[in-house]
Design a protein around this ligand. Structure first.
Ligand code: NAD
Length: 248
């Protein structure tokens, strides 16, 4: 399988769970040092893991990942498109710069198109497969001053549905996960947030989410495994909300 954005956060939690299930993994991330640490950790448990360092919004990275999966493991049956970024500052669309818009749309949506484009022919040759795309509850309900991010995640849901319409008949199921408030903060924000800001986020989640808390990466990763496995054999084109009941 190929999984992107696996040097930290949700991608790392999912990579650990997939490795535990015996999957052979091509892990893709641009954070080279952290990715190599993850590969060493999983290899140490006996897992078959190969890193590909690169920017997921570039076609060359997707091509290298698929080439690596086929040359190392002989087949490709699962693709987890998970790498994503959030703008560092909350802005309305009027205040959003073209540079920020392009970065968010390219990393969050274009990457999933590029990886699916390379992976699907290989999956069809191997007799089928499953694609899981990380969207967000923000793709279903707009958050204030987060337009570019929400639009990129709504587009990820639309991309998921298009792939499901076009390729389910050829044995490739495509689904999206839509996490809400997660307890860990995306890696590029962690460094800049104070302990008070993190605590305020926890309090906000506690008030807004009917389950009364943020979700964990491990909880979300379990749904990724479900959608990637034959346990979800009749599910394709779904956008699975994993948000503790927040936006219901
Ligand atoms: P994270 O920052 O911990 O992990 C994202 C990973 O993607 C990092 O390892 C980063 O290096 C990598 N990455 C980013 N841009 C890349 C690029 N251009 N090329 C290659 N690798 C790149 O964040 P996370 O919380 O684990 O987020 C994972 C996914 O979950 C994202 O798509 C995010 O939008 C989504 N999501 C997160 C939350 C949340 O609350 N954390 C909620 C809903 C959805």
């Amino acid at each position: 399988m190929i999984a992107t954005g696996t040097a930290s956060g949700l991608g790392l939690a999912a990579a650990r769970q997939f490795a535990n299930e015996g999957a052979s993994l091509v892990l893709v991330d641009r954070a080279e040092q952290s990715l190599r640490t993850v590969v060493a950790e999983l290899s140490g448990t006996g897992a078959n893991v190969v890193p590909v360092v690169g920017d997921v919004s570039r076609a060359a990275t997707a091509q290298e990942a698929v080439r690596t999966a086929l040359s190392q493991f002989g087949r490709l049956d699962v693709l987890f498109n998970n790498a994503g970024i959030d703008p560092l500052e909350a802005t309305t669309l009027v205040e959003t710069t073209e540079e920020v818009w392009d970065a968010i749309v390219n990393v969050n949506v274009k990457s999933a198109y590029l990886f699916a484009k390379e992976a699907i022919p290989a999956m069809i040759s191997g007799g089928g497969g499953a694609i899981v795309n990380t969207a967000s509850s923000a793709g279903m309900r707009a958050s204030a001053r987060a337009g570019a991010y929400g639009i990129s995640k709504a587009a990820t849901i639309a991309l998921t549905r298009s792939l499901a319409r076009d390729f389910t008949g050829q044995g490739i199921r495509t689904n999206a996960i839509c996490p809400g408030f997660l307890e860990a903060i995306p890696s590029d924000r962690r460094a800049t947030m104070s302990e008070e800001q993190k605590a305020a986020r926890r309090v906000k989640a506690g008030e807004l989410v009917p389950l009364g808390r943020e979700g964990t990466y491990e909880e979300v990763a379990k749904s990724v495994l479900f959608l990637a496995s034959s346990e979800s054999s009749y599910t394709s084109g779904a956008a699975l909300l994993i948000d503790g009941g927040w936006i219901a």
